[in-house]
Every structure is written in structure tokens, then in C-alpha cells.
Design a protein around this ligand. Structure first.
Ligand code: HEM
Length: 499
């Protein structure tokens, strides 16, 4: 009887997904994908399947990956109204109240997104002097950190200070200047939590696959007094909740010059009372949003900035070109050009585009669920409840859009017709696509460009022997961290600099 049921089940799966290209084993078993998850190679594996089977491929029973912009548009655009998959339950934060990122249902998400959409828009962020000032102060702190360390050590771990930098920036924006962190300035509880979070990332795919095994492991490690990093996420959640509660207690909603996410959400709550909003703000939604935004911004910005410095240290000619370009710009009192001017610098922009293309800082699991009735995607019928996602790696290595695929090649963004550049931009999707495009894209770009400008106006950087291709291999963890979890770089102060 058992054999009969198993055979019927397998036959059912084969019939349902017979039209979807891909290895036969993927249609009846999730083992191949699970192996990719456990060895942190999910994205590479899916990309290889796309190279072999084409732009739509079955990656596991009931799971399909696509590798074309047309299919991506169909899945992620606002008109399509697809819900997110259960994968996002892993980012619930504090129990029942889901943040914007973790909200699965399309309609519910649409209402929530309106709450912070304008707060994070470039037109708002880039015109608030408070935001740019705060980020510039943190760039200054990073430069001081490098200056002190480079007197005593020959190499500096870039991945540590980009992490502190990203954390201090986002906590200032979310919690305000009084309750934010100052982890660049010195050793602190926050530095310890951030260090542990990195190690915890490597266990993420295992935890998602085998939540019970992970629980048991955490329990055993607690008894053996090892594996402290496994509870890093809980520690961060506690840190965020404590700070959010303090910030909520201290905030004065009618204070005109206060500018923080919490302030923004609270003033919306006021408007809700006047009937201007149609979504009720529970305090635990605010807490969940605080945690989620801090989480979303810290790891992604630090991973991207780290890879940028890594590539520029490998390819000195590009840092020289960036420096020459920045030296043409007028400087402010702190020695940096304004962000408005830095943002227009084409070489810096081209280098960042290449980092976004080669090392997108997220896992690629932007999973959506095919709605009732099924859908035709890339000419293949997918039944309802099939989980679909786009392979960002495959899109970023599309030979019809990019001339140079594997190497760091900023020149392909510079020596190009406007028509081809617009095709490339359409195929560059590190921040997702459509209805749920990353809210933090303008902020991330501002943080990374200001940091790179600060560093390359003052230093020349070179790779240390400790940093290898293997140690910098990108994993398919949620925030796609480098395998070695550090990036040792040599900093040589420029004689003209006045740090
Ligand atoms: C280089 C840095 C970053 C990258 C590569 C990145 C990438 C992404 C991606 C791919 C998504 C969409 C996920 C999906 O569709 O399932 C997303 C969503 C989101 N990101 Fe980012 N992100 C970055 C920085 C930031 C920053 C600085 C913030 C600051 C708050 C942020 C906040 C968010 C939020 C709130 C969402 C959810 C949007 C929604 O569901 O409507 N991200 N991000």
C-alpha cells in the first residue's frame, strides 16, 4: 500500500511538472537543491541548471526558477499580485506581526509598504541634510579607524568596519541620533553581536531546511557552552527591541526637526487617528519594522561595500580612475565632495554597477507563489501554488545584455550606447523587481558611494595575501556573505591626504 501511494505521488509530480525543463530528479526530490543549500551553493547550482536547461527550470518538486526579464516582469510586477512564499516566515521578527519585507499577502503588503515608501525615496533621503550629515560622520569615523589601525598592523579586515558602518548608519536613521549605535568608535556589545551574526549566516540555509535539527543543535550547544553565535539573531532582536522602546518613549511626535523611521511611523499613527491612513499601526509592528530594516540594511550594505573594496584592491587602475574623478569635484569642510556630486561621478558609478552585478548581496530566494488558476510563464504552464523565483545570477550573466560576464568590468558601463546601457540596467536586479523592489536602494547607494569616496580620496588599497578568491567566494546565505567572513586589505595613506 505504502509503495502504491509513493508511486502515485511521484507519478503525480512527474505529470504536473513534465512540461518544465530540468533534471528528472528535481521533479520528484528536493535532495539536489537541499545539498546546494547545505553547502551554501544554491545560486551556483540553479545557475548551472539554467545554463543546461534554459530560461525556466524545475529546481525541486513544486519549485521553479526563471532566468529571463520577461518572466521576471510577469512574476514580480504590481499587476501580477503574487504573494510571497512561506520562506518569508523565517523573517517574522517578533511573532505574529510581520514587517513589510516578511508580509506574504499581496494586498496586506501593499497597505504596509505605503507607510515607509516615501521615507526611503531618493527624493526624500537625498534632500534631508540630517541623513547625509550622519553618514559623512560615520565615514569620518571609518577613516579614523583605518588611520589608527594602519599604524600598527599591515592589513585591516574591511568586512568588520563596513559592517559597523552600515549598522551605525541604519540605526541612526531608524532610531534617531540619540538611540543609535556607535560601533565604529570602539569595541562594544554591538560589535560582538554583529560578529556573531556573520557566523550565524552560514547556518541560515540549514536552519531553514531543518528547523528542528537547528533547534536541537542550539540547545545542545547551549549546554556545551559553545556555538554562542547561533543565538546572535535573538540577541540582535533584543537589542533592537530595547532601543526601539527607549526611542518610542523619548520621542516627541510634533518635534519638527526629528527625523527617523520611528518618528515617521508615529506621525503616521497620528494621521491614522484623523482617518488619513487605512492601516492600523500596532506597537509591535513598529518594533518588527525597526528590526527588519536594521537587519536588511546592515548585512547587505556591508557585503556590497566589502566586495567593492575587494575588487578595487585587485584592480588598482579602477581606484586610480575613481580618485582622479573625485579630485575634480569641489570638497566640503570635511574633505569629501557632496553626495549630489559624488553620485554623478561616472567611474565610481560604473564600478558599483559591476559590484551589484557580480555580487548581489541577497540570497536570490525572492520566492513568489503562483496564484489560483495557474499561470503561463516562459511558455510553460505552472499550476497554482508552484513556488517561482528569478535566478539573479543567471540574469546578471546574460550574454545578450552584458559583454563581459565573469570579470569585474566597469568599462562595459562606460563605453556603451545609451540604448545598450538601458538594456543593461533592466538586467541589473540586485534590489529585486516590481511591487516589492527594495525600499533601501537609494540609501544603500548613498552609503556605499560616500564610503568609497572617503576611502579612495585618502588611501590606496591592495589585496593582502590572506584574502583569496576562495575566501571571497560568495555563499548563497540569506545575505550572500563571503565564505571566509573577512577581507584583509592593505591601506597605504596617500601623501597628499590630510586625515
Ligand atoms: C546593497 C544593499 C541592498 C540590497 C542588495 C538589497 C536587496 C533587496 C532585495 C532583493 C529585496 C527584495 C526581496 C524580495 O523581493 O523578496 C529587498 C527588499 C527590501 N529591502 Fe533591501 N537591499 C539592500 C539594502 C537595503 C537597505 C539599506 C534597506 C534600508 C531600510 C533595505 C530595506 C528593504 C526593505 C524594507 C525591503 C522590503 C520591501 C518590500 O517588501 O516592499 N534594503 N532588498
Amino acid at each position: 500500500m505504502w509503495v502504491f501511494y509513493t508511486c502515485s505521488f511521484i507519478t503525480g509530480l512527474l505529470v504536473t511538472y513534465h512540461g518544465v525543463p530540468g533534471p528528472l530528479l528535481n521533479k520528484i526530490s528536493s535532495v539536489p537543491l537541499a545539498v546546494g543549500d547545505i553547502f551554501l551553493r544554491r545560486n551556483e547550482k540553479i545557475f548551472k541548471w539554467h545554463q543546461k536547461y534554459g530560461s525556466i527550470v524545475c529546481i525541486s518538486p513544486n519549485e521553479v526558477s526563471v532566468a529571463s526579464i520577461d518572466a521576471t516582469r510577469k512574476i514580480y510586477s504590481t499587476n501580477s499580485r503574487y504573494d510571497k512564499s512561506n520562506y518569508f516566515d523565517n523573517f517574522k521578527g517578533y511573532g505574529a506581526n510581520h514587517s513589510i519585507f516578511a508580509t506574504k499577502l499581496f494586498e496586506e503588503h501593499k497597505k504596509k509598504r505605503k507607510l515607509t515608501f516615501s521615507f526611503y525615496q531618493a527624493s526624500t533621503l537625498y534632500t534631508k541634510t540630517f541623513i547625509e550629515e550622519g553618514i559623512r560622520l560615520n565615514v569620518r569615523s571609518v577613516l579614523e579607524h583605518i588611520s589608527i589601525l594602519s599604524q600598527n598592523t599591515s592589513t585591516i579586515d574591511v568586512y568588520s568596519f563596513t559592517d559597523w558602518y552600515a549598522f551605525d548608519n541604519i540605526t541612526r536613521i531608524v532610531l534617531g541620533p540619540v538611540h543609535c549605535s556607535h560601533s565604529i568608535k570602539g569595541d562594544s556589545e554591538e560589535r560582538r553581536i554583529l560578529r556573531n551574526l556573520k557566523h550565524c549566516q552560514l547556518w541560515g540555509p540549514f536552519r531553514v531546511r531543518f528547523p528542528w535539527a537547528f533547534q536541537v543543535m542550539t540547545f545542545l550547544c547551549k549546554y556545551a557552552n559553545i556555538g554562542g553565535h547561533l543565538k546572535a539573531e535573538l540577541e540582535l532582536a533584543k537589542w533592537c527591541r530595547d532601543r526601539a522602546l527607549k526611542a518610542l518613549r523619548d520621542i516627541k511626535v510634533d518635534q519638527a526637526n526629528s527625523y527617523s523611521l520611528i518618528h515617521n511611523l508615529l506621525s503616521r499613527k497620528g494621521r491614522h487617528k484623523q482617518g488619513l491612513d487605512n492601516f492600523s499601526l500596532a506597537p509591535d509592528f513598529i518594533e518588527a519594522e525597526v528590526l527588519d530594516n536594521i537587519n536588511a540594511a546592515e548585512a547587505t550594505v556591508s557585503v556590497t561595500a566589502t566586495y567593492a573594496i575587494y575588487y578595487l584592491s585587485r584592480e588598482i587602475k579602477w581606484q586610480t580612475r575613481i580618485r582622479n574623478e573625485l579630485l575634480q569635484l569641489p570638497r566640503e569642510l570635511d574633505g569629501l565632495p557632496t553626495f549630489a556630486n559624488i553620485n554623478k561621478a561616472p567611474v565610481l558609478d560604473a564600478c558599483l554597477m559591476e559590484v551589484y552585478r557580480l555580487k548581489p548581496a541577497v540570497s536570490g530566494r525572492a520566492e513568489r507563489v503562483i496564484p489560483d488558476g495557474g499561470r503561463l510563464i516562459s511558455g510553460v504552464y505552472l499550476p497554482e501554488k508552484t513556488i517561482v523565483s528569478t535566478s539573479v545570477t543567471a540574469i546578471h550573466h546574460n550574454k545578450n545584455s552584458f559583454t563581459i560576464l565573469e570579470e569585474f568590468a566597469p568599462q562595459q558601463w562606460l563605453d556603451v550606447t545609451s540604448h545598450h546601457r538601458s538594456t543593461m540596467e533592466t538586467h541589473l536586479i540586485p534590489f529585486g523587481y516590481g511591487a516589492r523592489l527594495c525600499l533601501g536602494k537609494p540609501l544603500a547607494t548613498m552609503e556605499i558611494k560616500l564610503l568609497l569616496a572617503g576611502i579612495y580620496l585618502h588611501y590606496e588599497t591592495r589585496l593582502s595575501k590572506l584574502t583569496t578568491e576562495e575566501s571571497m567566494k560568495q555563499t548563497s546565505t540569506h545575505d550572500a556573505v563571503p565564505r571566509g567572513l573577512n577581507c584583509e586589505i592593505q591601506f597605504c595613506g596617500l601623501s597628499s591626504c590630510n586625515v
